[in-house]
Ligand binder design. Structure first.
Ligand code: SAM
Length: 269
C-alpha cells in the first residue's frame, strides 16, 4: 500500500512543528546512532533524509564534514536556519531524493538514516545507495520503529488518530517489515552489510496534559497534519474535541512517561 509519508508534501507541511517538537524528542535516537557508529574526528558523514538536521547538528562537533540530504525543502530551510543560528560550518544541506544519492562511489566514512530510509518506496535502492557511497569498512546506522503495540506512546497517538478517523485500520505487527528485528537484520545483510546488529533504543513522547499533547501532535505529526488539511475548519473543530476527549480519557490527563521504542540497525561495508 502506498505510504503518504513517502512523499515530500507532508514533511514540507510539518517542518516548523517538527523542528520545534520532534527534533528535540528524537535527540536521544540521534545520540544513540552517533555512539553506535563510533564517529571519528576525520569522518565524512552523510545524514540521509536529514529533516531539519536531527543527526547532522549533533554530529557537527564530532566529525569533519556532513552532507545532509533530504527532498523536503522546508526541512532543509529549517536546517539552514539552525546552521546560521549556531554558526556551524561543516554541514552541507542538499535537496535530493535519497533513493538516488548525488555523490560518487566510496565517498563517505559513515552514513546514518534516522527514520528516513524506512519511508522510501524502494528501500532496497536506499540500502544500495548507502552501500555504494560508503568507503570499504564504512559504517552505517539505519533506524525504524518497533511495533506500535510495544510503545504506549504510539498506542496513544494511533488510538487518537483512529478515534477521529475510523477509516484508519488498527496497527498490525508486520513480520516482513523493519518492525521485526530479524527481518531488518536480514535486509541489511542482503544489501551487503557485515557485522549487522539491531539495537533497541527507547525514547519518550512528553506528556503533561491532553491539550498540549494534542496541539504538539497537530503541529509535528505528518499524518495528523495532513488529515487536518483535508477538512473544513468546522469539521476540524469537532475532530479536535474528540481527540482531546480521547486523550483525556486514556491518560486521566496526568503527566506520564510515554515510551517510543525504536530499532537502530548497525552494519559495516
Ligand atoms: C521522520 S523524518 C526524519 C528526519 C530526521 N532524520 C530525524 O530523525 O528527525 C523523515 C524525513 O525523511 C525525508 N524523506 C522521506 N523520503 C525521502 C526520500 N525518498 N528522499 C529524501 N528524503 C526523504 C522527509 O522529507 C523527512 O524529512
Amino acid at each position: 500500500m502506498a505510504n503518504m509519508l513517502s512523499n515530500k508534501e507532508p514533511w514540507d507541511l510539518v517542518a516548523p512543528g517538527y523542528t520545534d517538537i520532534t527534533m528535540k524528542m528524537f535527540r536521544i535516537y540521534a545520540l544513540a546512532a552517533l555512539d553506535l557508529i563510533q564517529t571519528q574526528r576525520d569522518d565524512h558523514l552523510i545524514d540521509i533524509a536529514c529533516g531539519p538536521g536531527t543527526v547532522a547538528v549533533e554530529a557537527a562537533p564530532r566529525v569533519q564534514s556532513i552532507e545532509a540530504v533530504d527532498f523536503s525543502q522546508a526541512m532543509l530551510d529549517k536546517l539552514h536556519a539552525i546552521i546560521k543560528d549556531k554558526g556551524i560550518s561543516n554541514i552541507h544541506p542538499r535537496n535530493s531524493d535519497c533513493q538516488h544519492l548525488p555523490y560518487e562511489n566510496e565517498k563517505f566514512d559513515a552514513a546514518i538514516s534516522l527514520f528516513g530510509l524506512m519511508f522510501f518506496p524502494d528501500r532496497i535502492k536506499g540500502y544500495a545507495e548507502i552501500y555504494r557511497t560508503l568507503k570499504p569498512g564504512g559504517r552505517t546506522v539505519i533506524s525504524s520503529w518497533a511495533p506500535v503495540a510495544e510503545s504506549n506512546g504510539f498506542q496513544l497517538v494511533f488510538g487518537t488518530l483512529r478515534a477521529i478517523n475510523p477509516n484508519i485500520p488498527e496497527p498490525q505487527t508486520e513480520i516482513e517489515s523493519l518492525e521485526n528485528p530479524e527481518f531488518f537484520k536480514s535486509e541489511m545483510e542482503q544489501a551487503g552489510f557485515k557485522n549487522v546488529e539491531i539495537h533497541r533504543v527507547t525514547g519518550e513522547i512528553p506528556f503533561t496534559n491532553a491539550d498540549d499533547f494534542w496541539n504538539d501532535m497537530v503541529r509535528a505529526n505528518a499524518p495528523i497534519a495532513m488529515f487536518k488539511n483535508s477538512m473544513s475548519e468546522d469539521d476540524w473543530t469537532v475532530k479536535n474535541q474528540t481527540a482531546i476527549e480521547h486523550i483525556t480519557q486514556q491518560t486521566k490527563n496526568k503527566p506520564k512517561a510515554l515510551q517510543a521504542h525504536a530499532w537502530l540497525g548497525f552494519g559495516v561495508k
